[in-house]
Design a protein around this ligand. Structure first.
Ligand SMILES: Cc1cc2nc3c(=O)[nH]c(=O)nc-3n(C[C@H](O)[C@H](O)[C@H](O)COP(=O)(O)OP(=O)(O)OC[C@H]3O[C@@H](n4cnc5c(N)ncnc54)[C@H](O)[C@@H]3O)c2cc1C
Length: 257
């Protein structure tokens, strides 16, 4: 089984996020594997261990992304590929990323491609489905269970807390939802082995792409933090007066009635 995982390096949203000049300030931020991509890596390893084959983790990023790719190798992936856009592109969007990934994948004869459901920073949930569309293969999003029997696949997907069972076939792209599995921590032997596993680096040129081919279709105009939460109001006095005051406040301050 030829398995590919799409992995994004993201900043840790558990950390305090600051914005300067309309951009998220990356100085001092902690960077991690996008948490949904950890489920994707774990699932890929489990499928490989059950069915045989190879797991390749691929990321569009910069040299810094090597660290997260090495972590994926330490978890148990076999190979990693970094598509480094640092020298070629200043700006990109979901189209850019999906186009680059699909050009990389188009001749790889992937049986299974696993992406995360969503990146916790960009949060559009577009890259996986876009890659599948560009490769012209089926895709199922937000999966919580994957069973493969020959080329037949049964998938359970999470639909806002309910479950939907879908049957489909390989080659297939799925996106991983929380609950799919319990991602392992890299073990010490895993970390040592990862140092010797292949991590290839490609640039746009290697994929016969130039900047125009992957030019972003959208432009981010502004990024801002949500307004600070104001302290709540406690109404006092007779119940009937409190209700009157509440209705008044909903009308004049909250302007919701
Ligand atoms: C060259 C370049 C420059 C960029 N410049 C900017 C910028 O200036 N400002 C800005 O705000 N954003 C920038 N971006 C980020 C970009 O807009 C999106 O963050 C990115 O395309 C993914 O969208 P998303 O974060 O919504 O991911 P989602 O679609 O939510 O991600 C879902 C899944 O897709 C896969 N995936 C997502 N991104 C990658 C990746 N890079 N590599 C491999 N798999 C991936 C993962 O499996 C992930 O879990 C740039 C991207 C590129 C490629």
């Amino acid at each position: 089984m030829n398995i590919y995982v799409l992995m994004k390096r993201t900043f840790d949203t558990e950390e305090k996020i600051t914005i300067s000049g309309g951009q998220i300030n990356e100085d001092g931020a902690e960077f991690i594997i996008n948490p949904y991509d950890e489920y994707a890596i774990e699932e890929a390893i489990q499928v490989r261990d059950a069915q045989g084959g190879e797991v390749t983790v691929v990321s569009v990023g910069t040299e810094e992304t090597e660290k997260q790719l090495r972590t994926a190798l330490a978890m148990g992936a076999d190979k990693a590929v970094l598509i480094n856009t640092e020298d070629d592109l200043d700006y990109g969007d979901q189209f850019t990323t999906a186009k680059i990934l699909s050009e990389f994948l188009k001749d790889k004869e992937a049986d299974l491609i696993i992406a995360g459901n969503v990146a916790i920073d960009g949060g559009s949930g577009q890259v996986g489905p876009r890659v599948a569309e560009l490769l012209n293969i089926p895709y199922v999003t937000t999966i919580t269970k994957l069973e493969i029997d020959g080329s037949n696949v049964t998938v359970v997907r999470d639909v806002e807390g309910d479950s939907e069972v879908i049957e489909t076939t390989l080659p297939l792209l799925v996106t991983a939802q929380q609950g799919l599995n319990e991602p392992r921590y890299p073990s010490l032997p895993g970390i040592m082995k990862a140092k010797k596993k292949p991590l290839d680096e490609l640039e746009l040129d290697d994929l016969d792409l130039d900047e125009d081919d992957v030019e972003a279709k959208t432009k981010t105009i502004e990024i801002y933090l949500p307004p600070q939460k104001e302290a709540g109001k406690v109404l006092e006095g007779e119940l009937a007066d409190q209700v009157k005051e509440l209705v008044n406040l909903l009308h004049t301050e909250a302007k919701v009635i």
